[in-house]
Ligand binder design. Structure first.
Ligand SMILES: C[S@@+](CC[C@H](N)C(=O)[O-])C[C@H]1O[C@@H](n2cnc3c(N)ncnc32)[C@H](O)[C@@H]1O
Length: 210
């Protein structure tokens, strides 16, 4: 069972094979929504933003007043990333905190590499504006009980009770509107030896007691 420091140095999390360069249209496809329409002139926070290619593209299309913040563990950002309303931060989303609320919070294929996935979803829910949208690629099978079994329907029921929508076919979780959430799961640690998940890439399983 790995803690955050060990996990962030794991070859599963810190490797060059994962796709860090998705375009803006790939973001919209992966999230099943029109990202630009959702942000409008508001603030977009992208957790685990990779090279920030999608964010950099978005700067050319968003209206005056819009703001984009990207956070990633690794500072391999595209060369023209530091421009206009885009702010890029090299930090771990396990501990990083924003300085204000966001109208859209995305995490495109980033949660697969986080230890306390439910903790991040819970914290991100509190970072939304009143009507903001949180949306992320998420596989509930990566949430495990101490004996290694997937947390299953009990977790999806707890997520729904908390206000999340979970699309199990598309492996997507979303929530509309800032909320203080408490899920009945206590994080224990992570396993980077879980093997490939539904994306085909090796991912991290996260263990919780209930
Ligand atoms: C599969 S890539 C996706 C990148 C980007 N969202 C995209 O779709 O192009 C996953 C990203 O998560 C980042 N990541 C993993 N653990 C992280 C952490 N604890 N904090 C911040 N970023 C993390 C990795 O560095 C990597 O860039």
């Amino acid at each position: 069972m790995l803690d955050d420091a060990a996990l962030e140095n794991s070859p599963v999390v810190a490797n060059n094979l994962m796709n860090r360069e998705r375009t803006l249209s790939a973001y919209s496809r992966e999230l099943g929504m029109d990202v630009l329409a959702e942000v409008g002139a508001g603030r977009w926070l992208d957790l685990c933003c990779g090279t920030a290619r999608a964010l950099t593209e978005a700067t050319a299309h968003l209206p005056e007043g819009a703001e984009i913040v990207g956070v990633d563990l690794v500072d391999h950002f595209v060369p023209n990333a530091f421009q206009g309303p885009l702010r890029l931060i090299t930090d771990s989303v396990a501990t990083w905190e924003p300085d204000g609320p966001s109208d859209l919070i995305t995490c495109v294929h980033g949660l697969h590499y986080i230890g306390d996935k439910l903790g991040l979803l819970t914290r991100a829910a509190s970072w939304l504006t009143e009507n903001g949208l949180l949306i992320a690629n998420f596989d509930t099978r990566s949430i495990r009980l101490p004996d290694g079994t997937p947390s299953g329907r009990r977790l999806t029921a707890a997520l729904r009770r908390a206000g999340f929508i979970y699309d199990s076919r598309r492996h997507r979780v979303s929530l509309r509107g800032r909320r203080k959430i408490e899920l009945p799961y206590r994080y224990i640690g992570a396993d980077d030896g879980a093997g490939p998940n539904y994306t085909g890439q090796p991912a991290v399983n996260s263990f919780y007691s209930t």
